[in-house]
Ligand binder design. Sequence first.
Ligand code: SF4
Length: 356
Amino acid sequence: MTRQVNVGGVTIGGGAPIRIQSMNNTRTADVKATLDQIYKLKDCGCDITRVAVPDMEAAAAIREITSNSPIPVVADIHFDYRLAIEAARNGAAKIRINPGNIGGPDRVRQVVDVCREMNIPIRVGVNSGSCERELVDKYGGVCAAALCESARGAVRLLEDHGFEDIVISIKSSSPRLTIDTYRTLSSECDYPLHVGVTEAGTMREGVVRSAVGIGTLLAEGIGDTIRVSLTDDPCEEVYAAISILKALNLKTGGIEFVSCPTCGRTRVPLIELANKVEDRISRLPYNIKVAVMGCAVNGPGEAREADIGLAGGVGEFLLFRKGQTCGKIVATDIDRAVDEFVKEVIRVGEEANKAD
Ligand code: SF4
């Protein structure tokens, strides 16, 4: 088991639940916009967020942001140790930095001293794109061994000052390399690991790459906190992270939505209906299973465990509960059908919540 660190009251590692992280894409110096987005992220299910600190204006804004944020805020710093010091002093719950590229041991010591004084951890963030030249040459390219050696060196810079309140990440855009690297890293150390596939891409490709990279590792028990990295709204990163955790039973609760792929038996606009229903119900606070199936022959049977579902007929949907039909919804007006079904889902969800 990994050690545990405390990020502004949220524990990472040491058997704590896998924490979901995201990163603001607002200008950090714009405190209002940043806080608005943090509140949205929290509502989506984000445990910890990170903000970019590219200059002193951003580092100064950290004070007001952290004072008003409902979740811990991590300061993301590249190269400039003074920004790390300022952000830490202003209340950042953790600093993300690569100690290997901030200008030498004395600057590392100054950052360590402030983080120790403020009682906050440091995430050592190594990136495949900035792996040291000598390690690339030594290993004949960027590989798991090179990245792990790079991370070990960066961690040692902190350990040399007696600092061990550390989380490690080694990011790559390749899921394969991510998997290999974290497997090696987790066999070598017990620091908590922040796992993610960086620059994973836009929604479609990025979610798949993240699910493969992060999901494979989590299934092996590797990883203490995750960030899905998408070229999209940060809330989508959180939703994707929740889906990955749910797929592995590492997070429970909420609506479990299943729908069939449709086939030649489908006689209703199921794809449109399923997408609209999912949009409307996926964040509802009910622990129920909802199934939307294309046909009456296999629909109820294929989703027998569903608390509530629809099975397409001809011009209508059969409503069913626990595999038993219990009513009909006309399919000619799809928006109306969605409205009616969502109402039923809410009714069943409310009943389930009362019964709990
Ligand atoms: S539930 Fe019916 S329509 Fe959907 S894939 Fe199965 S057989 Fe086809």
